[in-house]
Write a protein that binds this ligand. Structure first.
Ligand SMILES: Cc1cc2nc3c(=O)[nH]c(=O)nc-3n(C[C@H](O)[C@H](O)[C@H](O)COP(=O)(O)O)c2cc1C
Length: 439
């Protein structure tokens, strides 16, 4: 027997209002990892665990509540991207947008656990980067718990679990990333132990399916299981499935078709949860269009990295309604240079000039002489030992009117992509009644 989820779930779960507030667990400041390291949960049976999860959901931790209030809502975020959303990119992003939420690259729980003498290298970031979310990956409860505990002093604003990475190293040999979507019970346990070791909200980033497990109902089963057996109230939905047939991660970001209709159906069927839409969104107009159709939050990856000025430059005004910033790229580069030269080679030979300059390579996207400038930068990598000298040598290639141009407003725009998606919604989710009884 199956029953519609929304009404029943509504009774069980407290209305979120703001996902980041509702996903907070209350006991973290008193129950520390060490007290339950032999059994990472408060209760020993799965039923007790479930009750614990509900109990945790029903209370709010005041410190976390304050943290959630301190930051703008996560209406716009920059996706976690390995080798891309490092400290350098995030520093640049924050110089351009004060309000976008920033995600770290995925850091494997094992990396954190086995590098305890070296944690700053993986976890430290500048205070201006708030609001910032740490994404971790892994499939061992002890390591996820310990990694969360070790990350806690760094003050991230949310902890996210990667359930979307299809790379053979991660989802293949590693057996985590998107492979976790095939084991929602484990994900619920993982989210419970992560939440039990932090006082900030927790979230999951996932795909809409894996291989043949790609029906809307299977996606809902995953969301239902994780949200009803852990404190997770926020899901980021990369709206295409993953193929574990050996195609490259890059192909896995373009070959499986986008199905935004699944995302919008989740909003209908899980009204107490918060969902961020992700995948294939490339402009501020589309971000606004997705939000007009009801998206709680919109996450951009490649576009925010490849065209940081055109995307991030408009986030604060076009999405958050703040006055248009009067900053120019010359000013951004002046500030970035101070940062860049202060971090060069702090870990032996690293970071190199090339690594620190890499996030800047999209800054003049579509501008005159961008290609010439990038060629000059490439040549300068061979001998420049500071960011200052590299800028001095190359920025003359960019016309002053580009360097000194302020951010310009774009029309709020309309696109019918999301209207179309809403006309294609799959039938409402129905929950297996035994599952509800168990819950
Ligand atoms: C270079 C690169 C690295 C990525 N690394 C991660 C990662 O560490 N964790 C993750 O959840 N997703 C990762 N992704 C996926 C993005 O977060 C995002 O879901 C995907 O790119 C789709 O969004 P987009 O179309 O806006 O780029 C990565 C994507 C790229 C391009």
């Amino acid at each position: 027997m199956r029953a519609a989820y929304a009404g029943l779930g509504g009774k069980k779960m407290k209305s979120a209002g703001h996902c980041l507030i509702a996903s907070i667990t209350p006991f973290h400041s008193v129950i520390r990892f060490g007290r339950f390291s032999s059994n990472l949960f408060y209760g020993s049976s799965s039923k007790q665990r479930t009750l614990c999860a509900y109990h945790q959901n029903s209370k709010l931790h005041s410190a976390s509540l304050m943290a959630a209030e301190r930051h703008p809502p996560p209406w716009f975020s920059v996706a976690p991207m390995m080798d891309w959303t490092d400290n350098h990119y995030r520093t640049l992003a924050r110089l351009i947008s004060k309000k976008a939420w920033l995600y770290t690259e995925m850091i494997a729980a094992e990396t954190i656990v086995y590098q305890t003498g070296n944690l700053d290298r993986f976890l430290a970031y500048g205070p201006e980067q708030h609001p910032i979310v740490l994404q971790i990956g892994g499939n061992k409860l002890e390591n996820l718990a310990k990694a969360t505990q070790l990350a806690t002093p760094y003050g991230y604003d949310e902890i996210n679990l990667n359930c979307g990475c299809p790379s053979p190293k991660v989802a293949g040999h590693g057996c985590f990333g998107v492979r976790l979507m095939l084991d929602p019970k484990f994900v619920a346990e993982a989210m419970s132990v992560i939440a039990a070791n932090t006082n900030v909200p927790v979230s999951v980033k996932c795909r809409i399916g894996v291989d043949d497990h790609d029906s809307y109902n299977e996606l809902c089963d995953f969301i239902y299981e994780v949200s009803s057996h852990s404190p997770t109230r926020h899901f980021i939905i990369h709206s295409r499935k993953a193929l574990l047939n050996g195609i490259s991660p890059a192909d896995n970001r373009k070959i499986p078709p986008l199905k935004y209709e699944y995302y919008y159906a989740l909003l209908r069927d899980f009204p107490d949860l918060q969902f961020t839409i992700n995948g294939g969104i490339t402009s501020i107009e589309e971000v606004n269009a997705a939000r007009i159709e009801g998206a709680h939050g919109v996450m951009l990856g490649r576009a925010a990295y490849g065209h940081p000025w055109q995307i991030l430059g408009l986030v604060d005004s076009a999405i958050y309604g703040a006055p248009l910033r009067s900053i120019t790229r010359r000013q951004v580069l002046e500030q970035y240079q101070v940062y860049g030269d202060s971090v060069l080679r702090i870990y032996g030979p690293k970071p190199t000039v090339r690594e620190v300059v890499k996030p800047l390579l999209g800054l003049f996207h579509a501008e005159p002489r961008n290609v010439v400038w990038k060629r000059a930068v490439d040549a300068a990598f061979r001998h420049c030992t500071t960011i200052k000298s590299l800028f001095e040598e190359t920025l003359g290639e960019i016309p002053d009117e580009v360097l000194d141009a302020p951010i310009t407003e774009v029309p709020s725009g309309s696109t019918d992509t999301f209207i179309k998606a809403k006309s294609l919604l799959p039938p409402p989710y129905t929950v297996n009644e035994e599952e509800l009884l168990y819950a």
